[in-house]
Design a protein around this ligand. Sequence first.
Ligand SMILES: [Zn+2]
Ligand SMILES: [Zn+2]
Length: 173
Amino acid sequence: MGSGFKCFCDKCGYSFDAMFGIGMMGFMVREKETKKMRAGKYGEQGKRFFMEHPDGSVTTNYVVVKCTSCGEFHNVYDFDLQIPEPKMEKSKQNLKEALDRGDPEACKLPKEHVERILNRTYYVTKEKYEHKCKKCGGKAEIVENFENLVQAGKIDCPRCENRLSTSDYILWD
Ligand SMILES: [Zn+2]
Ligand SMILES: [Zn+2]
């Protein structure tokens, strides 16, 4: 379950909807976005990453990024570029090979246990995605803890000096 709300400036009218967390269908979103990243829809960095790591994946947790040139906020996926944990993959490979050559120890393991190990992949972050501003193309950086900061009235409006307010809590899955 994720959550979100409207962020707005009551002085100049600037506003945007921000969502946080990851939906119930998170694994499907992850699969879809991994395909798009692989196809180069999010730029050269992602395309290159998947050429180097064909078994890679991307994270799809919602974050807010702030442009370092124009100051604009964007609610986007964090897109950590990940690879299957190498040691884990090595052990899976060893187990597969042991089973293939009929190793007595490996063959003694319960079937469900073996399947659980072989079907499970742990991903670790290899590279951070370099976010770009959708408005001006400038470098955009993740604002850590934005959800709490904006609710505590600690985020400035990018258009004027005012602090941003929040309202209309939305829950989504
Ligand atoms: Zn403002
Ligand atoms: Zn910008």
